[in-house]
Ligand binder design. Structure first.
Ligand code: G6D
Length: 329
């Protein structure tokens, strides 16, 4: 039984389902139709299951959380400065939902929708589909979106986002996963990021357009223990949490490891946002329980010509894939 389906509650009168895909190593991932959420990632070690991600076991917590735990966010995941952008010479002014900016595609983004779903047993995958309506989120274009979760026998989870729009629009979604490898606290885990630069941002966390070469707290090239990096961060700029974007170059982007477990992240886009948080409310401030690692084209790309192209042209297909591979060390 590689793929199973159970009921996970109801939202707006619709059933929400949880799918679980299991591979030959007994590794399993669970996915919700609500917000196309990656709900759990469990590995089987020494006769027991261990979860590697922050998660909830009930739908209400997913509906209520402001932390987007495991959800698909978008149509544009990162911040758009002043909630404003231009396509084909036309300016679009959307309603800001994060200070004066637009975050996660607005308050009616993908993260608020319940998806249609189907199983492909032969490929150990679950597909979730949805029309993102222009009238719901005020972006131009209705997007026909398909998100496919796939688990390989090499413990690699891939999430593919395929989209076709009926008008030129923006498309840059991601999975707002928080890792918590569960062996120690996330604070003791080692984070390595293949990045030489991170984004300069203004007081509202919107990119200014400049890149800053990584140093001290931001230099994860050889790996840093998260607790040490946070200490360095406070010394460097007085901040108590990471909520920052690293410029990456495709393929292997980052590795998070605890004593015996590690996760490698692979991407076909050019940015990684990391965010330290307590997304399930378990620990006290500044002793973080989860690390969000969001693979995407750089935030606010539509307003910076050298940040990458997130314009999805009418009737052309966009396809992005995020990959996350578990290894037992
Ligand atoms: C993203 O960068 C943002 C954070 O500022 C936000 O708080 C979080 O999503 C929920 O990571």
């Amino acid at each position: 039984m590689p793929v199973t389906r159970t009921e996970f509650g109801q939202v707006d009168g619709e059933d929400v389902y949880k799918y679980t895909i299991e591979n030959s190593n007994k590794t399993r991932i669970s996915i919700l139709t609500y917000a196309a959420t990656w709900q759990n990632f469990e590995v089987y070690e020494d006769g027991e299951y261990h979860s590697l991600i922050s998660h909830f076991d009930d739908l209400q917590s997913y509906i209520k959380t402001p932390f987007q735990v495991g959800k698909t966010v978008g149509r544009v995941a990162g911040r758009i400065g002043k909630a404003k952008f231009m396509i084909n010479g036309k300016t679009y002014q959307l309603t800001p939902n994060n200070q004066s900016n637009l975050m996660h595609g607005g308050d009616n983004g993908i993260q608020t929708k319940n998806f249609n779903s189907s199983i492909d047993e032969a490929h150990n995958s679950v597909s979730l589909s949805l029309i993102i309506k222009s009238k719901d989120d005020d972006f131009p274009g209705n997007i026909d979106l398909m998100i496919t979760y796939f688990l390989s026998d090499h413990d690699e989870v891939s999430i593919n986002y395929t989209a076709v729009s009926d008008a030129d629009t923006l498309f840059n979604p991601t999975c707002h996963i928080y890792f918590d490898l569960g062996e120690f606290s996330i604070m003791k885990d080692n984070l390595q990021i293949a990045s030489d630069d991170y984004l300069d941002v203004d007081d509202e966390k919107v990119p200014t357009g400049s890149l800053i070469p990584v140093d001290k707290a931001f230099d994860f090239r050889k790996g840093q223990i998260i607790e040490n990096a946070l200490c360095n961060l406070e010394k460097q700029n007085g901040k108590l949490e990471f909520d920052d974007t690293f410029v990456t170059h495709g393929d292997r982007v980052a590795t998070l490891s605890s004593g015996r477990r590690s996760i490698d992240l692979y991407s076909d886009r050019n940015g990684l946002v990391i965010f330290t948080a307590n997304p399930t409310g378990k620990k006290t401030p500044h002793q973080y329980s989860g690390l969000a690692m969001e693979l995407q084209t750089l935030p606010d790309a539509v307003n910076h010509s050298d940040f990458g192209n997130i314009i999805l042209r009418k009737n052309q297909k966009a396809s992005y894939t995020n990959k996350y591979q578990y290894r037992k060390l």
